[in-house]
Ligand binder design. Structure first.
Ligand code: SF4
Length: 344
């Protein structure tokens, strides 16, 4: 099932409407579609940062190459295993391996070794990867190592803003990033997640392009992306654009954005991370706007679950422990589930 095609002009109108009846209609439609396709189940997961060494210089990220204040760290095999054990101890069964971009420390071979280390923890049933764009062969290495999902955000689809935000390093190559998930699918992955960094580019344009990108994947490969994500820019060390987002989006517009994406992509799951505060995460759930996956108890620093390292990629807004998030979900009428195998 495919939702309506939305142009950036239409999205802009929806985001700016001052007609409460129109807004209510949008929220109701989003809620209905979410319940019909995904019931009341939310998949919980945790990111596991394995390296903060990065050859790129993204102006919004604390791991950027020019951040001289950051202590750089690459986890060894035993450290990755210990982090996975700590994450499993929190109740998680799904891990998202995250790394800065580096051909040696975060290339296919290194990430495949990280996957093997996480697999040593039997409680972890599902491993996904969010790392640099790779070749088909590179993604095949990750798949054969046991990962089952690839997450990769275009950040912004506006080429001019993209070029400004990524002034140097391999990430400056817009096309290589844009086509990465197609290569992941060619390598065997059936679960891919795309997203935009909300606050970076014009949000109406980026949302329209995100919808088009998801549809393109469906048209070409016959599968919908498993998730879309709408992370909003949050403050990060030595990252100028993280403090002054070029296109800030307020809470109300953000909730409308979540609903619009749900209506346009009724088959696609949606992740809301701890970049959002507890109030907004709870609000999106209360309203049933479309969220189907959430990170919980997250650390965005390398080794953050087993050490005191607090040098995160960005600041976390929802610091509730996993148990508190799971309890809140239940109190709102949701069933927390621990891997995509259990749905939705
Ligand atoms: S967003 Fe990713 S690629 Fe860019 S600086 Fe941060 S870790 Fe590196």
């Amino acid at each position: 099932m495919s939702g309506p095609t939305l142009s950036s002009e239409e999205i802009q109108k929806w985001l700016q409407t001052d007609d409460p009846a129109r807004e209510r209609e949008l929220f109701l439609q989003a809620r209905e579609l979410t319940v019909r396709r995904f019931a009341h189940r939310i998949v919980l997961f945790a990111p596991l940062y394995v390296s903060n060494v990065c050859v790129n210089n993204c102006l919004y990220c604390g791991f950027r190459r020019d951040n001289a204040l950051l202590e750089r760290r690459v986890l060894g095999r035993e450290e990755v295993r210990a982090e996975a054990e700590a994450v499993a101890g929190m109740g998680h069964q799904t891990v998202l391996i995250v790394a800065g971009e580096h051909p040696e420390y975060a290339g296919p071979r290194a990430i495949a070794e990280d996957i093997a280390s996480v697999q040593k923890i039997p409680a972890i049933r599902d491993i996904k990867v969010e790392a640099m764009p790779m070749s088909v062969e590179g993604y095949r290495q990750l798949y054969e190592a046991g990962a089952r999902g690839v997450i990769l955000y275009q950040e912004t689809y506006d080429r001019a803003t993209y070029a400004q935000a990524h002034p140097s390093g391999p990430k400056a190559n817009y096309e290589w990033r844009l086509t990465a998930l197609e290569r992941a699918i060619e390598a065997g992955f059936r679960r891919v997640g795309l997203g935009i960094l909300v606050g970076l580019g014009d949000v109406a344009f980026d949302a329209a392009m995100l919808i088009a990108h998801a549809r393109e994947i469906h048209t070409r490969f016959g599968i919908w992306p498993s998730t879309v994500s709408l992370p909003r820019l949050q403050p990060a060390q030595e990252a100028p654009w993280s403090f002054y987002p070029p296109h800030p989006v307020d809470d109300r517009a953000f909730l409308r954005l979540v609903a619009l994406i749900r209506v346009a992509l009724p088959e696609v799951g949606m992740t809301l991370s701890t970049r959002e505060c507890a109030v907004i995460r709870d609000r999106a759930l209360e309203m049933g706007l479309g969220v189907t996956q959430m990170s919980a108890g997250s650390r965005t620093s390398v080794g953050g679950y087993t050490s005191k390292n607090q040098d995160g990629q960005f600041s976390i807004q929802d610091e509730r422990p996993v148990s508190a998030v799971a309890d809140r979900l239940k109190s709102l009428g949701y069933e927390p589930v621990w891997s995509e195998e259990e749905g939705p």
